[in-house]
Write a new protein. Structure first.
Length: 360
């Protein structure tokens, strides 16, 4: 008997232990999963991005000749600062000077003819006050002569002034204050309008104020404000920060790059920056209006959609959303969600719409 007890006792112990373990597993299976929730909030996440840009002169242009001529003198060279209206080059065109003298002679000749016929007509009018002294035919003839001579005088005067204008093009002046950045001609060179598609004689750029152009991705264009201060640096001065203000925007999205060109006006009174320099621009962007902000873990993305899980009367509601700017673990969401809504802190596609949830 004792022998049987010794055999059965271990078996009974194993059975009892197994039964206890099964009961514990059943209790664990019945334990409900608890989900953590948070409230959606209003916010304006600040996004920091870096973009490349290029500096250009506020004004910059190539100087081309307007008439066929030869370069007589060059008054400036690269690096020279010039002021608006300053003489920077002189051209010469002997045949044009001859035409000007010819035009002046014709202008004075037609003026004399017109004044003579005008005087004769006035005298005829005076004589015509005596009845029968002048025939109507002679009076009409002289009137026609005066009109014809006056038109010839006007035409010759216009021609002379146009030749004067052409001769004035032989003296080239600076169109604005700036710096000569290119000189592509020397004295004696032939230049003319037919050479317009080649190199400019001179290139002048205004460097006291510069333009910095950047292409801002479509996603961030709403965060750019007029007169917003922008910081940037250039490789020539890696330890120095420069600033400028947003002056204008293209108001157009480039369909290839999906971006908008933004122009920043930079005061270059120190003269450290040069047109053509590459700049690295640091942008701190936020929306003008507040948006709903949630933790990034509250937004789940599947192959079909991007969603959050709103809790309404302890039931899950799947809400499709679009994500906006994100920073510091939080992201903007746009959809059927507003500030104060209760949502799951961690969204998962394992949770189905309408599922009853135990929340904490």
């Amino acid at each position: 008997m004792k022998k049987y007890i010794k055999i059965l006792l271990p078996i009974l112990t194993i059975i009892l232990l197994y039964s206890c373990g099964s009961d514990k597993n059943k209790k664990d299976d019945k334990k409900e999963v608890s989900y953590k929730t948070i409230k959606a909030e209003e916010g304006q996440p600040l996004v920091k991005i870096s973009l490349p840009g290029e500096l250009t002169g506020y004004y910059e242009t190539g100087i081309y000749p307007k008439v066929n001529s030869y370069v007589k003198t060059i008054k400036v060279d690269i690096g020279d600062k010039v002021t608006k209206g300053q003489l920077i080059a002189e051209l010469e065109a002997p045949e044009l000077s001859s035409k000007l003298n010819e035009g002046y002679s014709k202008y004075k000749a037609t003026e004399a003819v017109f004044l003579n016929s005008k005087g004769k007509y006035i005298r005829l009018l005076q004589t015509n006050k005596t009845q029968g002294a002048v025939s109507p035919y002679d009076l009409d003839l002289e009137r026609s002569t005066v009109i014809s001579d006056s038109l010839g005088y006007i035409a010759s005067e216009a021609n002379y002034h146009s030749l004067q204008e052409l001769v004035s093009y032989l003296k080239i002046t600076a169109p604005f204050d700036g710096v000569i950045t290119e000189r592509n001609i020397s004295p004696g060179a032939f230049v003319g309008p037919s050479e317009r598609n080649t190199q400019a004689m001179l290139v002048i750029k205004n460097e006291s104020v510069l333009r910095l152009r950047i292409s801002v991705p479509e996603k961030y264009v709403s965060g750019i404000k007029k007169d917003q201060e922008i910081a940037f640096n250039v490789s020539a001065y890696p330890d120095k920060k420069f600033t400028g203000k947003v002056s204008r925007a293209a108001s157009n999205i480039n369909t290839e790059l999906r971006s908008e060109v933004i122009e920043i006006e930079v005061n270059n009174k120190e003269g450290l920056l040069l047109p053509g320099m590459y700049a690295k621009v640091d942008l701190n962007l936020s929306r003008s209006e507040k948006a709903v902000v949630v933790p990034q873990s509250s937004v789940a993305t599947s192959m079909e959609r991007c969603f959050i899980i709103k809790v309404v009367d302890n039931k899950a509601r799947i809400i499709n959303v679009q994500k906006g700017n994100s920073t510091d673990g939080k992201v903007e969401v746009f959809g059927d969600v507003k500030s104060g809504d209760i949502i799951l802190k961690e969204a998962s596609d394992e949770i189905k719409d309408g599922m009853t949830l135990k929340c904490e």
